[in-house]
Write a protein that binds this ligand. Structure first.
Ligand code: FES
Length: 198
């Protein structure tokens, strides 16, 4: 074989190796991603992809709250009691935005006295509107503190009432966010979608 022929063989070999490495790399990514998704249960897989999340509320008792994850965010679903609902009328003067006038904080259908589709069910993101901590539920009524129950953020002391409305004089600037949601049935809420097919 001449020197020119040897050079050509060398170049062909290098070209083959670079293609083979690229193919291995692409297959490798597929093998990493697929086991991750396929190892999740269907509901977890849907959550990872940001799909709407169903919440069965038929067995919930008044005063009970559940947490679900939607798009990586915690969402609180609280079934409010008659007393809790009655308390929403009180202390309106202590709230920064009692009428939900900051439009980005809720869909239009939650601009009402209870910030909800059905008065008894509150659906809000469990993310403080100051710097994103998780507010804690505190449903104990303490008249001496003018506290009718609500959510307290331990990071810097922000307070929200039982409709997720922020108190005046705290670091959080706005009410808790009401995510898009709808009732599929009386006992089933779909979070992440308000109209269209389930
Ligand atoms: S993050 Fe909630 S008060 Fe600062």
């Amino acid at each position: 074989m001449t020197d020119d022929e040897l050079d050509q063989v060398d170049q062909n070999r290098r070209h083959f190796l670079s293609i083979a490495t690229g193919v291995t790399g692409a297959v490798g990514v597929g093998f990493v991603a697929w086991p991750f998704l396929s190892s999740l249960k269907p509901s977890a897989r849907a959550q990872a992809l940001g799909a709407p999340v169903e919440v069965a509320v038929g067995a919930m008792q008044p005063g009970e709250m559940v947490r679900v994850i939607w798009r990586g965010k915690v969402v609180y679903v609280l079934k409010r009691s008659e007393e809790m609902l009655a308390s929403l009328e009180q202390n309106l003067g202590s709230l920064r935005d009692p009428d939900s006038e900051v439009a980005e904080q809720q869909p239009d259908y939650a601009v009402n006295a209870t910030r909800s589709l059905k008065p008894e069910f509150l659906v809000v993101e469990g993310i403080c509107t100051h710097l994103g901590c998780a507010p804690l539920e505190d449903f104990e009524v303490r008249p001496a503190e003018e506290w009718n129950g609500g959510f307290f953020c331990p990071c810097h002391g922000s307070k929200f009432d039982l409709a997720g409305r922020v108190w005046q004089g705290v670091p959080a600037p706005t009410n808790l966010v009401v995510p898009p949601h709808r009732f599929v049935r009386d006992d089933l809420i779909l979070i992440g979608q308000d109209t269209g097919a389930a």
